[in-house]
Design a binder for this molecule. Sequence first.
Ligand code: NAD
Ligand code: ZN
Length: 359
Amino acid sequence: MHKNFKNIEKVVYGRGSFETMDSILDSKRNENDKFFLFVVDNYFKGKELEKRIPVKSEDVIRFIDVDPHEPTTDQVDNLRDEILKTKGLPAGVVAIGGGSIMDIAKAVSLMFNNEGSSTLYQGLNLVKKQGIYHLGVPTISGTGAEVSMTAVLTGPEKKLGLKCDWTVFNQVILDPELIATVPRENWFYVGMDTYIHCVESETGILNNAFSLAYAEQSMKLCREIYLGDQAGQTPENDDKLMVASLMGGLSLTYSEVGVCHALSYGLSKILHYKHCYGNCVAFQHLGDYYPDGLKEFNEMLKKHEVVLPKNLSKDWTEEQITDMAKVAYNLPHMWNHAIGTDWKEKITVDTIKELYKRF
Ligand code: NAD
Ligand code: ZN
C-alpha cells in the first residue's frame, strides 16, 4: 500500500513571521460571507499577542480555555452552529494555539461545509465535502498537529480524528517567538510527544526511507534541545523545536505511531489524561517495545528533573483498565505497525490490560 498524503499548502517560518498573517488573510477576505473566525488559546487573552492579531471589525474572535478537557465533538458542533446562525459562513478559520486549538480549527473548518454532528465524520475519509480555508499558528510545539491530516476530537463514543486530505491546514505560520512562554513542564511533555512520534515511527513495519529521514532529523533536533550542552528552553532551541515538531509529524504521516500512542489514547478517553502527558506516563513502561528510545527518554527526564508518577494502576478499577484496554485495542493500525501483521496473535485485550497494570 502506498500512502498518498497531502502536505500543508504554504508555510512561513521564522522569528517575527506572525506579522505576515494580515497580508496572507487579505487575499482570502472576499470568500463566503467575508469575515474570519479566529480561534485563540485563552492564555493569550490580555497578553501582548492579542493586540497583534489582525482582527477586523467584521471578524469574530473566540478565546477558548483548552485546559478543562481536550477538544470535543460538541464543542466543534456548537461553535459551527453559533457562527452560522449569527454571522454566516466565514471566509476562513485561523487557529492561534497548541494542538487543542489547532484541532478545533481544523475540525470546525470541515464542519462548516458538512452537515450534522462531527461524530459522523470521526474516522478516515468520512468527510464528504471540502472545508473552508484554515490557517494554523502553533504557540506550543510538539504534537505535530500543525502538519497532520487529522483533527482529534473526543466524542461520546470515541476519541478519534476527522482524518482526510481536507483536514490539513492551507497555511501555517511557524514563529518560534510564540512558544517562549510555554510552561517548563508542558515544554517537556510536548517535546517528548515529538520524540515518541519519531521512536514509534521508526520502530515498526511501515517505516521507510521517507519517514526515517524526517524522524532522524527530528530526533537529532530533540537530542540537541533536551540533551545537548545547550539543552533547555532557549530561543535557539525554540527555533529547533518548531521544526522538530513538524518533521516528527511528517514522519508519522508516512509511517505510523505505535504502542505508546495506543495506550495513551486509552488514558485520554477513560481517565482524561492529556495527550502528551499520557504518552510520557505510558512510555516509561514500554522498555520491552522501545528499549533504546526508553533509555534516552530516561536521560531526558533526569536532565530536566521531571518525575513521572508510578503505581497509578493500584487506584484504577478493573473496569477502568478493561475499558482503556478496549480503547487501545481498537486502534489496529497502531498495533499492526508496531507488532506486525500478525499482531492479533500476539496482542489481546488481556495483554493490553497487563500493560496498563504496570503503570
Ligand atoms: P494544548 O493546546 O492542549 O495546550 C497545552 C497548554 O499550553 C494549555 O494550558 C495552553 O493554554 C498552554 N499554552 C499554549 N501555548 C502557550 C504559550 N505560548 N505560552 C503559554 N502557555 C501556552 O497543547 P498541545 O499539547 O499542543 O495539544 C494537545 C492536543 O493536541 C490534544 O487534544 C491532542 O489530542 C491533540 N493532538 C493532535 C494531534 C494531531 O495530529 N491533530 C496530534 C497529537 C495531539
Ligand atoms: Zn502524539
